[in-house]
Structures are given as C-alpha cells and as structure tokens.
Design a binder for this molecule. Structure first.
Ligand SMILES: NCC(=O)CCC(=O)O
Ligand SMILES: [Mg+2]
Length: 329
C-alpha cells in the first residue's frame, strides 16, 4: 500500500489534526466534586490536594456561581463531619438539618438548575472511618444498606437530584431504589459506584474529609472486604450488571487512569451512562510532579481527561474540571 497510504498526511498540521480528532472534551462532560465544612468564611486548601478547597456554606454560594458561569452544571457533594458527631451507625447522616442536607439546599437556593449529586456512604460519619456499621470486626452488609437507604431518602427530601452510593455493600442499590419509590421520589436518580476498587489512590481524599479507617483492634485495617481487588476484571462487569438490574441510572468505575480497560469493558457491555472518577491521588500525583517541573500540568491534565472520554466515559468526575474548562474555553 505504501506510499498510497501515508498515515502521517492526517497529522501534517494543526488544522487537519483538529479536523480528524475523534474525542473532544466539553464542559458537559464534567461532574465537579465539592468538599463542604461547617463554619463561616472558610475556604481552606487541602494539604495533599493543591489548589483544591473545603468550603463553608456561605462561601459555597460563590463557588457554585463560578462553576455555573463556566458551564459546569453538575456537582457531587461531600461533607467533612465534626469528630463529635461521628459514631458507628452514621446517625448524623440522617439529621434533616445536617451539613449535607443544608449543603444541598444552599446549592439549590443559589442555582436551582445546578444538578446536585450527593455522596452516600458512612465513612465521613463513621467513628471508625468505614463505609459500614462494624460489629465483631466485620462490616455489616444489610444493616448498612438500611442506613444508606434512609440517608438517600434524607438527601432526596433536601432536594438532591441524584444520590451516589460509594460504599460497595451488596444489594444497596435495590434497597435505596425501593426506599425512594416508596416515598414518591420517582425522579431521584442513582449513580452507583458500581466498580469501585480498593485503591491506594484515595489517600488525599481521606485527608480532605478526615475519613481514613482508624487503627484499632477489631476494626478492619482496610476496605478490601467491600471494595474490589484491583487484580480483577470480570468482577467489575458482574458488579455493574447487578447494580443496573437493581435500579442504577448511571454506573461508575473508580479510580480512573489505572482502570481504563475496565471502563472500556463496561462501556461495551451496558446501555446506561458510564462515569469515571479521577480520584484524589491521581490529582495529587499530577500536581506534585508539575510543581517540581517534571511534568507539564495542563498537557497531562488534558491527556488524562481525554483518555477517559476516549475509553468510554460519558461523565468525568474530576478535581481538574474547572482547570480543564478554563483552558478549553
Ligand atoms: N467516595 C469517594 C472516595 O472514596 C475517594 C475519592 C478520591 O480519592 O478522590
Ligand atoms: Mg455491588
């Protein structure tokens, strides 16, 4: 065939490269994670996540307006719960006037059209830093799913559009779906963290929310009895298909960059939107290398986010969302 076919012809200059580009990133691709704290006038940088902040509710308003102006229309809320409100059962998670419930209302009052998704898991509320209730050294499944259903209902009542269970208990999507339906929240969606791996890339996030598992006897040291083994691939498909059968509207693969194969497998297998989460450790890694001058920040950021979309992501949850949108607009 050579020289009739020369692949380099389509790479000759910027114009032809952009004409044949297959994957294009837009603000519509992004879901923005936000960290919320109690207090007033607080915008504090997270030590292991440079240029990413925790906001108190009063300053959250400004941030929401900024995001909307940039064309970012969906947020995923996480709260940092004061230690004195943590227990084994996540009781505070059900408080109708809790930080999450107030955060949902703050976003909706500031910008009614902003899509609000909420994290549903016990870890920020757990005295032990686990996603479930603990008894005799075990994370209880069904009892935890019950609390997660009540928590989801509470978020829906406060105005959340989607709940996003990130805990990986078995059967929790079905119990959440039933709880929402029973109370008439037929349009509240569920974005399931369906293939969430037990990953060392979550480190900085646990700093952000002070939610790491505690080091105590009879408390599991890690989350490997509920989050997935990173050596496994078919298990991700099984988990995801089950969550869709149970009522998930959107499924997710987490973390991101080390799991592009899983993302593509799932995209090829399912007919619901697929999300990917570029997690805190991935963000921290790029920030740190860029700070040292070892990597070009913006180029690596664009390469990773484009890779998610190319690999099949319909939705990208990323701490880089604002930076990407500023760069491309
Ligand atoms: N449910 C959220 C996490 O487990 C961690 C996210 C991150 O590391 O960015
Ligand atoms: Mg599952």
């Amino acid at each position: 065939m050579f020289p009739l076919r020369r692949n380099r012809r389509l790479r000759t200059n910027e114009a032809i490269r952009s004409l044949v580009q297959e994957t294009i990133i837009t603000p519509n691709d992004f879901l923005v994670p936000l960290f919320i704290v109690e207090g007033k006038g607080i915008k504090e940088e997270i030590a292991s996540m440079p240029n990413y902040f925790r906001y108190s509710l009063d300053l959250l308003e400004g941030e929401i307006k900024d995001l909307w102006k940039l064309g970012l229309k969906s947020v995923l809320l996480f709260v940092k719960v004061p230690d004195n409100l943590k227990d084994n059962k996540g009781t505070e998670a059900l408080n109708p006037n809790g930080l999450m419930q107030r955060a949902i209302k703050t976003v909706k009052n500031t910008c009614p059209d902003m899509l609000v998704m909420t994290d549903v898991a016990l870890d920020p509320y757990s005295a032990y830093g686990h996603d479930g209730i603990i008894e005799n050294g075990q994370v209880l499944n069904d009892e935890t799913a019950e609390v997660l259903s009540e928590m989801s209902l509470s978020h829906a009542q406060a105005g959340a559009n989607f709940v996003a269970p990130s805990d990986m208990m078995d059967g929790r999507i079905l119990s959440i779906r039933e709880a929402l339906e029973d109370e008439g929240f037929i349009n509240t969606g569920i974005m399931s963290y369906s293939a969430k791996y037990a990953s060392a890339f979550y480190g900085p996030f646990r700093d952000a929310l002070d939610s790491a598992p505690v080091d105590m006897v009879d408390i599991p040291k890690d989350k490997k009895t509920y989050q997935m083994d990173y050596a496994n691939r078919f298990e991700a498909i099984r988990e995801t298909e089950m969550d869709i059968d149970e009522g998930a509207d959107i499924v997710m693969v987490k973390p991101g960059i080390s799991y592009l194969d899983i993302l593509r497998d799932i995209k090829n297998d399912v007919d619901v939107p697929v999300a990917i989460y570029q997690v805190s450790g991935e963000y921290a890694m790029i920030k740190a290398a860029a700070e040292k001058g070892w990597l070009n920040h913006d180029q690596v950021m664009m390469e990773t986010t484009t890779a998610f979309k190319r690999a099949g992501a319909d939705i990208i949850a990323s701490y880089f969302a604002k930076d990407v949108v500023k760069l491309i607009s």
